[in-house]
Design a protein around this ligand. Structure first.
Ligand code: CU
Length: 210
């Protein structure tokens, strides 16, 4: 189910690593202390309006869109028995998920694509799906990685833990990866977070298996 961690260990990127630690720290500070989401929301709308005439038209017709998805692909769809999920960073806050709740069936196959696209705040991210009840442990593991950023950057910030059910590699801005996994048979709430240090406290979602 989970792909072997060592498969990704050759993937490292010094430039984005350094840039992202720097940028990510700044964003975390902003988002936590100064209502960064609102700031980036405003910025995002402005950029989107320039880049995309349709979005501009839509936002003048409806003046207060809370969160306009950037891509045409629906966040969640089904194809046969497979749940097809497309995740992106949040358009308002780039250190959040655009989709924070996903409903699935216990034991269902999932084909998940993480499109790491953000118009105004390119950051590195990963996607980690954890066992039921593992959210805090994964957050703690992510925070613990700050003590050895070089080691964990080389490992894609993937926690070495049996709590990890499935994950992408660490994606650079603009990259995307599709992973397939089968949910456990147990119904419940499976947390998904980005374990890039500094992101985990905000970049959280819940996959509800019913
Ligand atoms: Cu992240």
């Amino acid at each position: 189910m989970a792909t072997p961690h060592d498969k990704h260990q050759h993937e490292s990127s010094g430039f984005w690593g350094c840039a992202n630690i720097f940028i990510g720290g700044g964003f975390a500070f902003c988002a936590l202390l100064a209502g960064g989401a609102l700031f980036f929301g405003g910025l995002g709308q402005g950029w989107k309006g320039k880049a995309d005439p349709e979005a501009a038209a839509a936002s003048s017709a409806a003046p207060a869109p809370a969160a306009a998805p950037a891509s045409a692909a629906p966040a969640v769809a089904t194809s046969g028995d497979v749940l097809v999920v497309t995740l992106r960073p949040g358009s308002l806050n780039p250190m959040s998920w655009e989709t924070t709740t996903i409903t699935a069936k216990a034991g269902q196959k999932v084909k998940l694509t993480f499109e790491n696209q953000h118009a105004t705040a390119p950051l590195q991210h990963n996607f980690i799906l954890g066992k039921i009840g593992s959210k805090q442990r994964l957050i703690d593991a992510s925070n613990g990685m700050m003590s050895d950023m070089a080691k964990w950057m080389a490992a894609g910030f993937i926690p070495e833990s049996t709590d990890v059910l499935a994950h992408t590699k660490l994606l650079n801005p603009g990259q995307s990866e599709t992973i397939e996994f089968t949910l456990p048979a147990e119904a419940g709430e499976y947390p998904y977070i980005c374990t890039f240090p500094g992101h985990a406290l905000i970049m959280q979602g819940t996959l509800k298996a019913e």
